[in-house]
Write a protein that binds this ligand. Structure first.
Ligand code: MLT
Length: 406
């Protein structure tokens, strides 16, 4: 008899964004005359930067000729892209091109990376609220107990609350695998260099590894804030960093991202012998992944030209202007908000259950947000509004919300 992985039975019935999509589709079907503005899932709306479009065309043309045709590429990514990333994003750090693994998404990387670590006895530290992929993939792998009152047993939850400015405190006990995300999804909060340095010290003291998700790095405008964890001395001994071109350059549909696994990084077997994490991840990728398509990697590399950088800045500036409009409108309506300054998300304290507020905005304003409770128990009483949309839709949405809440 074929049996299932029973860890899946511990999960909530559906993935947060699938759940929201279903509710919104039901609402749209029941109200065909109402227009719906989607500020829920953080999906880009602006077209790809021109440099990327041009590179995609060139890549396709190369594939059309026998002389320049390409079959399988290196599983780790083409050298031209890995080198562009090392030079463009890590010039001031110890990170080199061969420590960069190109992939088809930070969602997949943040979901897959856990499988190179122990299944039994690994102590997880996961923020609350959090991007649901971090916790769900560990549940699937059997690293947690049952879900009791919306929390999985055996996990150290790093609480992000109004009281701590949505920056979690370091646990008072050892943990092994620590997930951090800054600029944060969902709160938009950003850790300072000192706060990040304290996490690096903690990881070192506990022979732990930090999984640092910087998918929203392109939105950091405050130069005093760290863009990479490797700006912190010694982080290359304790941290894996994940970045994505999805939000940076509108690649949510195009698919390209990368994960940095430094060669210095070590993890241990049951006997206490050290092993190269870079070697394990390389082995995993070589077995399970066949690389990102050549034209897409060419498009990603184009972002690192001077023209590409200017175009990316213009796109992210546009979304940040949207974020400022949302934050100002919600603040004017009397709601406390964070985020939106170095992140495309605005995290709003609703003063009522977050699913109720979600329903209110959908029913009365036809605007979709993401209920904070979907990101964890500390997200209750909050909603997230995404700044990824056209200016017209953002302005309309804010007018409709103001009318609905008046
Ligand atoms: C989000 O809305 O949190 C993100 O778009 C989800 C993702 O990047 O997978």
């Amino acid at each position: 008899m074929i049996r299932i992985n029973e860890n899946y039975l511990k999960l909530k019935a559906s993935y947060l964004f699938a759940d929201i999509a279903k509710r919104v589709n039901d609402f749209a079907a029941a109200n065909p005359d109402k227009s719906v503005i989607r500020l829920g899932i953080g999906d880009v709306t602006e077209p790809l930067p021109e440099v990327c479009v041009q590179a995609l065309h060139e890549g396709a043309d190369e594939l059309a000729q026998r002389e320049t045709f390409k079959g399988y590429g290196p599983e780790q990514g083409y050298a031209f892209l890995r080198e562009a990333i090392a030079e463009g994003d890590y010039a001031d750090t110890s990170i080199s091109a061969d420590e960069i693994f190109v992939s088809d998404g930070a969602k997949c990387d943040s979901a897959n990376i856990q499988e190179i670590f122990a299944e039994d006895g690994l102590k997880l530290a996961i923020p609350d609220p959090v991007y649901p992929v971090y916790i769900d993939t560990n549940v699937m792998a059997g690293r947690t107990g049952a879900n009791v009152n919306d929390r999985y047993e055996g996990v150290t939850y790093l609480e992000c609350t109004p009281e701590n400015g949505y920056i979690p405190a370091i646990p008072d006990h050892p943990t092994d695998l620590i997930y951090l995300c800054f600029p944060n999804n969902p709160t938009g909060a950003m850790a300072t260099r000192e706060q990040l340095a304290a996490w690096v010290d903690y990881a070192k003291a506990n022979q732990a590894i930090i999984l640092y998700d910087v998918a929203y790095v392109a939105f950091i405008r405050d130069d005093s804030l760290p863009k990479s964890i490797y700006e912190i001395s010694g982080a290359d001994e304790v941290a894996i960093e994940m970045r994505s071109f999805s939000k940076t350059a509108g690649f949510t549909g195009t698919r390209c991202a990368y994960t940095v696994v430094p060669k210095k990084l070590q993890a241990y077997d049951a006997a206490g012998n050290a092993h190269s994490v870079h070697g394990l991840w390389n082995r995993r990728q070589a077995t399970k992944f066949n690389g990102v398509s050549y034209p897409v990697q060419k498009a990603a590399a184009a972002i690192y030209t001077a023209e590409g950088q200017a175009q990316v800045k213009a796109k992210t500036d546009f979304y940040l202007e949207n974020a400022a409009i949302v934050r100002e409108a919600m603040t004017k309506l009397g709601y406390d908000c964070v985020g939106g300054e170095n992140a495309p998300y605005i995290w709003i304290k609703t003063g009522q259950p977050s699913w109720d507020f979600f329903d209110l905005l959908l029913d009365k304003a036809g605007v979709v947000c993401t209920p904070g409770a979907g990101f964890g128990t500390c997200g209750e009483g909050h909603v997230r509004i995404s700044a990824f949309n056209s200016r017209e839709n953002i302005e309309n949405a804010m007018e409709r919300i103001a009318a609905a809440l008046a």
